[in-house]
Design a protein around this ligand. Structure first.
Ligand code: PCA
Length: 216
């Protein structure tokens, strides 16, 4: 049975809930087709520790695919991240009080890595299901990008990992009521979206060539 590692984060920034972990938790143990199973793990919203726990999970589980989820409050769509950069620049302290500014994540590693998930095919599948989705050209410079970069770096030496990447998801409606203009997406829609993305990523050998770039 192929293992798919799905991670989500602890709440951060004053929130009581993080949809990324709520969704990952709800999918723990789910079989996708006949030959793959989701295994979910929670990561703390902390520089360093998050990555060490992810690395331990990769060693233990030897997954063939890894998708890390994170909350991106203010975004309206499921955001398929294209690129992870070798930089920490925290706008707010993390859950342990650390606030790295302009730090390299891994010295001597490349400046950036691309997702190895078929992100455009995944975006297309979501949109066909009526779920808003977009390619994102930046995962930011906070803990999500930190984990995404570390994941892609480790994946270069873990032969078992065929595909890995990061997806940011919007607020839940219960979080967005605090911010009158903030977009949100329901738990059920996001959960169905994550299953749809995993299914597509498992079944696609190549990505599709589809215009989904950005001018800025
Ligand atoms: N989102 C934050 C970190 C944890 C999370 O869910 C981010 O986008 O960096």
């Amino acid at each position: 049975m192929k293992r798919i590692l799905l991670t989500g984060f602890d709440p951060f920034g004053g929130e009581k809930i993080n949809p990324s972990w709520e969704i990952a938790k709800s999918l723990d143990g789910m079989k996708i087709g006949k030959s793959a199973q989701i295994i979910s793990r929670q990561l703390p919203c902390e520089f360093g520790t998050s990555l060490h726990l992810l690395e331990a999970a990769l060693r233990e589980l030897q997954p063939s695919m890894v998708i890390c989820l994170g909350q991106a409050g203010g975004r309206a769509e499921m955001s398929l991240e294209r690129i992870a950069i070798n930089l920490d620049d925290a706008r707010i302290p993390d859950n342990a009080g650390a606030q790295p500014i302009d730090n390299t994540i891994i010295p001597d590693a490349p400046a950036a890595y691309f997702s190895t998930l078929p992100i455009k095919a995944m975006m297309q599948s979501l949109q066909k299901q009526g779920i808003p989705a977009a390619i994102s050209q930046t995962a930011g410079t906070y803990v999500c990008n930190h984990v995404f970069f570390g994941l892609m770096h480790v994946a270069t030496t873990h032969q078992c990992i065929e595909k890995a990447g990061f997806v940011h998801i919007p607020y839940l409606p219960s979080q967005a009521i605090k911010f009158p203009q903030a977009p949100s997406m329901s738990f059920d829609v996001m959960r169905a979206g994550v299953v749809c993305m995993i299914d597509t990523a498992l079944n696609r050998k190549e990505d599709v060539k589809l215009a989904a770039g950005a001018n800025h």
